[in-house]
Design a protein around this ligand. Structure first.
Ligand code: ADP
Length: 449
């Protein structure tokens, strides 16, 4: 560890590692501090994939898409409350972010769909596995190849400044020794506050008692440190509750299970919503059921297309029945009703018309190949849309809209991009697009000093 670097990156999730790689690419000597014992953050847990439009992989697979449509659907999903400058920048740079990852040996060429999107623009690893671990492993490999120092158990406590300009950080190493490290620029990539139950209870008392899918390091440290320097926040009360969380282990069941054809059924064995509506709407539908939980039901076809299901199986979440009747017995729902639900659904898939709930996506294949499966789920805290305010240069802004010199932020720590409801697959896009931009802009800033 040196006393001085060009750029300090706080947090080794997707945004932080991307920023570090790009800072290095632009001639900087960066360092990454991660407070947990390993890199990865919430990024490591992300499942669905990375949303991007007008990509070469979509083109190769004859999927018609446009940045404008991606923009429009994200804005609709966010209930028209998204920061439109950030959103425009995000969709317009999504395809180049896919190419950038590809150039780093992190190829996301398998396409699926998530709630609120009308076309396949969720990019995931070739074998259909969860995006998070694949992405984190790929980024860590690149960080190592580029000889970028990454310190774990390095908890940044404060960002230092002099005359309004950032000068470095104070970091606690291995819980023992606090050091002041200098840098002309600091990139805050500390993630969200989805594991900070105190803060959540403060901004959203109604969410008290819910489980969280967040890794324990997501405590909003970056937000507090930025506020101490005069940075401002937006949308702090916008917290995403994910509809499909396995409750005992607070484990998220990825949207791809529904995107590839799974349905949700109640304890009566009936569907009750368009399963691929936005996360807030699906959550509301589950909460309206008397039991406030549901089963995701799928067949062997879905299982073969979603690799993460193997992992869910290993974790003991998946209930199996050789026939629909056998599955109904296992999950204690009326067998004739479950059979009728699947028959109606399979007809809907065949006719491409879901008369009951108006679902239009994730209907390429019906649910007819046994064995059949179910996973019990209920909503859980998943993502914090709110955070610090930045502009499209990833500069952190004060209450009167002025950039704080030398201070940049990217990833879940920022607010505004997703409005009041994040679309599945958009946070991975977010961390790569804005992580990259933070690396570039921090380097430009340092060179100009
Ligand atoms: P994103 O990729 O959106 O930035 P992640 O949750 O993947 O979000 O990564 C954020 C990382 O920042 C996590 O690994 C988290 O442990 C780390 N982190 C959070 N607070 C601090 C801190 N004070 N010092 C160092 N690392 C931190």
């Amino acid at each position: 560890l040196k006393d001085k670097y060009d750029v300090i990156i706080i947090g080794a999730g997707g945004a932080g590692m991307t920023a570090a790689l790009e800072a290095k690419e632009n001639g900087m000597n960066p360092v990454i501090f991660e407070k947990m014992a390993a890199a990865g953050g919430n990024t490591n847990k992300s499942s669905s994939g990375m949303n991007a439009s007008e990509t070469k992989f979509q083109q190769e697979q004859n999927i018609e898409d446009s940045n404008d449509l991606f923009y429009k659907e994200t804005l609709k999903g966010g209930k028209n409350t998204n920061d439109t400058d950030l959103l425009r920048y995000f969709v317009d740079h999504s395809a180049s972010a896919i190419d950038w990852l590809d150039s780093k040996g992190i190829s996301l060429n398998n396409l699926t769909i998530t709630g609120g999107m009308s076309v396949k623009r969720t990019h995931r690893p070739e074998d259909g596995s969860a995006v998070g671990q694949f992405l984190v492993n790929g980024l860590v490999r690149n960080v190592q190849e580029q000889d970028i120092p990454l310190f774990v158990n390095a908890d940044v406590k404060e960002i230092t400044e002099k005359d309004g300009k950032v000068t470095g950080v104070k970091v606690l190493l291995n819980g023992e020794e606090e050091k002041t490290i200098e840098a002309s620029a600091v990139i805050v990539a500390t993630g969200g506050y989805g594991a900070n139950m105190e803060l959540i209870a403060e901004v959203r008392p109604d969410l008290k008692g819910l489980v969280t899918t967040n890794q324990e390091g997501s405590t909003g440290d970056g937000i507090k440190m930025i506020e101490a320097l005069g940075g401002t926040t937006v949308d702090m009360d916008q917290i995403q509750v994910h509809p499909t969380v396995q409750q005992e282990q607070s484990y998220l069941i990825g949207e791809a299970v529904r995107g590839e054809g799974g349905i949700l059924v109640s304890s009566e064995g009936k569907r009750f919503t368009n399963e691929l509506d936005t996360r807030d709407n699906v959550t509301a539908a589950i909460n309206k059921l008397p039991e406030k939980s549901a089963y995701i039901v799928f067949d062997s076809g879905v299982k073969s297309r979603v690799k993460a299901i193997q992992q869910y199986e290993e974790m003991g979440f998946v209930i199996q029945g050789d026939s629909i009747e056998a599955l109904a017995k296992e999950i204690n729902v009326p067998a004739d009703q479950l059979q009728a639900t699947l028959d109606t659904w399979n007809e809907a898939v065949k006719n491409k018309e879901d008369a009951e709930f108006g679902r239009t996506t994730g209907m390429d294949n019906d649910l007819s190949t046994g064995p059949f499966y179910a996973i019990k789920i209920a909503p859980g805290i998943h993502y914090t849309m709110g955070g610090v305010k930045i502009n499209t240069n990833t500069e952190v802004l004060t209450t009167d809209g002025q950039p704080i010199p030398g201070l940049f932020a990217a990833g879940e720590v920022i607010g505004g991009l997703h409005g009041s409801n994040r679309i599945g697959g958009n946070s991975v896009g977010d961390i790569i697009v804005f992580g990259y931009q933070a690396g570039v802009k921090a380097a430009e800033y340092v060179k100009a000093q």
